[in-house]
Design a protein around this ligand. Structure first.
Ligand SMILES: NC(=O)c1ccc[n+]([C@@H]2O[C@H](COP(=O)([O-])OP(=O)(O)OC[C@H]3O[C@@H](n4cnc5c(N)ncnc54)[C@H](O)[C@@H]3O)[C@@H](O)[C@H]2O)c1
Length: 354
């Protein structure tokens, strides 16, 4: 079977990371096109990953050992429709996803869309409905923690029933620092959204109510920014989850969680991989960011997506999962603003998907 030809929209941190992954580590796929309003960034990436210099126009040719020519296409929607692109990775900012997802659906192109699916629950639901009308799943959402070996092992353990019924999930999510434009609601929509998906997935239940609290903020953020935040999720099956999200922790990237069930608990993300004893100290390294901690999860996510697309399927979080997370985050932002618990307004899955 010939390689799946991938186009990437948005080649900032995440898109460039996926581009490297496709070219250097993934089998069954090759990168053929990139698009980014920052054309210099797109050109640089295309040239680097084409393994040679630009061959004229905006196409970076020069067949490299790594995988052939990568074309720079100015308009993201043109990339989606391009005949040489079989499937798309959307790594543009969340505000651009809705229009680009609809274009993927219109052209019948499978798409791996980085989270968030879209910026609000209403547009996410429209995406779910539009995909459903086509009668085949084309959208997979980039909740990559589901592919992390530690999270996957925890899910398997909980599903096995060995620990009994899951009751509680404690989550910690810390980043080293965030840029000056970061606002309080982005902590919910861009960071906490991962724990929203993790809680729904691990416990196999929708979140019906969310409360987001904010203690007195760290001195590391400008006035008005609420960081850290502490949220409580109430799940429809009666379980509960809490999450601390602290995106200006200063130290490094730290994600861990503990599931508590009737007959035991299980913890992942302790970061105790390699512990050294030297020069009078012992310890390990704190990852700088998510790309280091979840590198393997992204590789597994993308490889499984490529393999599934070859079979005409998806193999991971669906558009519905993206919509459900958007609905929870919308309620979370309302709770952050009001200080009160907010019920999640989620459409009935059977009504929407039949
Ligand atoms: N799964 C994860 O762990 C994870 C981690 C980080 C980011 N993300 C998600 O990935 C996406 C990109 O985040 P990032 O950190 O790479 O951001 P970034 O700012 O580093 O890169 C975004 C890129 O998109 C380009 N861009 C801007 N508007 C665009 C448009 N309309 N169409 C196409 N490209 C456009 C920008 O020029 C930039 O190069 C976001 O949806 C983000 O939430 C996911």
């Amino acid at each position: 079977m010939s390689d799946l030809r991938i186009g990437i929209v948005g080649v900032g941190a995440m898109g460039a990371d996926h581009a490297e992954r496709i070219v250097r580590r993934i089998s069954g796929a090759r990168l053929v096109a990139v698009s980014d309003p920052d054309t210099a960034r797109a050109e640089e990436l295309a040239v680097r990953l084409s393994g040679g210099g630009p061959a004229g126009g905006s196409a970076a040719a020069g067949a490299g050992a790594a995988g052939g020519a990568v074309r720079v296409i100015g308009d993201p929607l043109e990339l989606v429709g391009a005949r040489e692109v079989d499937a798309v990775i959307l790594a543009s900012p969340g505000f651009a996803h809705a229009e680009q997802l609809f274009a993927c659906l219109e052209h019948g192109k499978p798409v791996l869309c980085e989270k968030p699916l879209t910026m609000d629950a209403a547009s996410s639901l429209q995406v779910v409905e539009a995909e459903h009308k086509l009668g085949k799943p084309l959208i997979q959402v980039g909740f990559m923690r589901r592919f992390d070996p530690e999270y996957a092992a925890l899910k398997q353990l909980l599903d096995s029933g060995e620990l009994g019924r899951p009751l509680l999930l404690h989550n910690v999510h810390r980043n080293k620092a965030n840029g000056p434009g970061f606002r309080s609601e982005m902590i919910v929509r861009d960071s906490m959204v991962h724990e929203v998906d993790v809680a729904r997935w691990l416990f196999g239940s929708e979140i019906s109510r969310i409360t987001v609290h904010a203690p007195k903020p760290t001195g590391a953020v400008p006035d008005g920014v609420l960081d850290p935040q502490f949220a409580v999720f109430e799940l429809a099956n009666g379980a509960m989850a809490d999450v601390e999200v602290f995106v200006n922790f200063q130290v490094g990237y730290e994600v861990r969680c503990e599931a508590v069930a009737e007959r035991g608990s299980a913890t992942i993300g302790l970061g105790s991989g390699v512990v050294t004893r030297a020069a009078g100290h012992w310890g390990g390294a704190v990852p700088e960011d998510f790309r280091v901690r979840f590198d393997l999860a992204y590789d597994i996510e993308v490889q499984r997506w490529i393999d599934a697309v070859g079979r005409g399927e998806i193999d991971g979080p669906s558009a519905w999962d993206g919509y459900a997370a958007a609905a929870v985050c919308e309620a979370g932002i309302a709770s952050l603003n009001s200080g009160q618990p907010v019920a999640v307004d989620l459409a009935d899955r059977r009504t929407v998907l039949g």
